[in-house]
Design a protein around this ligand. Structure first.
Ligand SMILES: [Zn+2]
Length: 66
């Protein structure tokens, strides 16, 4: 799972997705809708990718499927 937390001080939006591509698509949509940036430049997306996206483990530790 990938999790995005918006870094804007006026926005605490949080998005999760199972794939990074999809998450970045949702991030772009969020930036467009909420922050009024029509087409987020790649530099912004890669910046957000590095600073606001975290990878979370889908399965709890110690519970591995055979
Ligand atoms: Zn935001």
């Amino acid at each position: 799972m990938y999790e995005f937390e918006c870094g804007s001080p006026v926005c605490n939006h949080r998005l999760t997705s199972s794939s990074k591509d999809e998450l970045m698509r949702e991030v772009a949509e969020h930036v467009r809708r909420t922050h009024g940036i029509a087409v987020p430049p790649k530099s912004i997306l890669s910046y957000l990718d590095e600073t606001a996206v975290t990878e979370t483990s889908p399965t709890p530790k110690g519970r591995r499927k055979p």
